[in-house]
Design a protein around this ligand. Structure first.
Ligand code: FE2
Ligand code: FE2
Length: 324
């Protein structure tokens, strides 16, 4: 019998010539496929989610709702990224890094806008009122993690560097999830095509710009202690917000909120295992393991994901082509 942690990676992984690591299931560019440096830019996109049901991966309500949380969680976080980068940009004297940072800002701003639209035009229509959770996200990103407006210029600079390292740590996970989106089995499991396109477009741009936040933070102050501190915050922070969002959606999902506590626990456990086995949800243990790779000497964000695969997807994404 297959255990939940048995690899269920894609049968056709990554782009031509890319490799899949058995440790993380992350894909990697190879010398043959790596397109080299790509110019980052935001893409206009349009996704018609009108035909997507709440459980947009058929037969997988748990995986569907868990991934749907990203629509609620990401926009405030991405606007917070943009604010920190815009604060940092005037101090960056490296033209190449500054261009990458501007490309990153454009892409993250577009991600936030698209997920906001998904919440307004799709999630609300499916009977989920997002107000309570969105207010919590606003409080966290606009108040708790707001830039320091007091103290000396040195204090404010230190605060900016801490935020940049926290963004770099969060981007480690968005790169891993982006790589998952590019290689998972949503389509093979009959998931809604527009929803798949939207999450894969976002994931592909996360892979495309996966090095930028790390490079920006290192430009200001590279230090293993800062990296470790940021990562030790990012992992539990993201996990708590994801679980809260999942419970929030489930509390309004009629397929879940009528169940008893025991029935819910069983649904979540079985749903998670089924999602992983079907290749529609990432193995949590692999994501946790991938956290360790962040601390390996010589680790670079480009070690996760395949730029060629991401760029190829972005060139063919129906949502990106429709709005081009
Ligand atoms: Fe993003
Ligand atoms: Fe990102």
């Amino acid at each position: 019998m297959t255990s939940p942690d048995t690899p269920v990676g894609p049968e056709t992984p990554a782009g031509p010539g890319s490799t899949v690591s058995p440790e993380t299931t992350a894909t990697h560019s190879t010398a043959d496929t790596d397109p080299g440096k790509v110019e980052l830019h935001a893409r206009n996109v349009e996704f018609d989610l009108s035909g997507a049901p709440l459980h947009w991966i058929p037969g997988h309500p748990v995986s569907s709702n868990m991934i749907t949380v990203l629509n609620l969680l990401l926009p405030e976080g991405e606007r917070w990224f943009v604010e920190a980068f815009n604060e940092a940009l005037p101090m960056v004297k490296d033209d190449e890094l500054a261009a990458d940072m501007r490309g990153f800002v454009g892409q993250e701003a577009m991600h936030a806008e698209v997920h906001d639209r998904a919440v307004e035009n799709w999630l609300r229509d499916r009977g989920i009122d997002p107000t309570g959770y969105l207010k919590q996200m606003e409080w966290i990103f606009r108040k708790v993690l707001a830039p320091a407006d007091e103290g000396t210029p040195e204090d404010r600079q230190k605060n900016l560097v801490e935020r940049l390292w926290l963004i770099a740590a969060i981007e480690h996970y968005t790169a891993l999830l982006g790589d998952f989106a590019l290689n998972c089995r949503w389509r093979e499991n009959g998931a809604d095509a527009a929803m798949v396109d939207m999450f894969t477009w976002h994931g592909a741009e996360e892979v495309e710009h996966r090095s930028v936040a790390h490079d920006a933070a290192a430009y200001f102050a590279d230090s293993p202690i800062r990296r470790a501190r940021a990562m030790s915050l990012a992992m539990p922070f993201l996990l708590i917000l994801l679980v809260r969002g999942f419970r929030f959606i489930n509390s309004q999902d009629p397929a879940v909120n009528t169940l008893s506590g025991l029935q819910k626990t069983r649904l979540y456990a079985v749903g998670y295992v089924r999602g992983v086995r079907a290749g529609v949800f990432p193995r949590i243990s692999k994501l946790v393991l991938a956290t360790a790779t962040y601390f390996k000497p010589g680790f670079a964000p480009a070690d996760i994901g395949d730029t060629a695969q991401a760029v190829a997807f972005l060139a063919s994404s129906p949502g990106a082509r429709r709005a081009a």
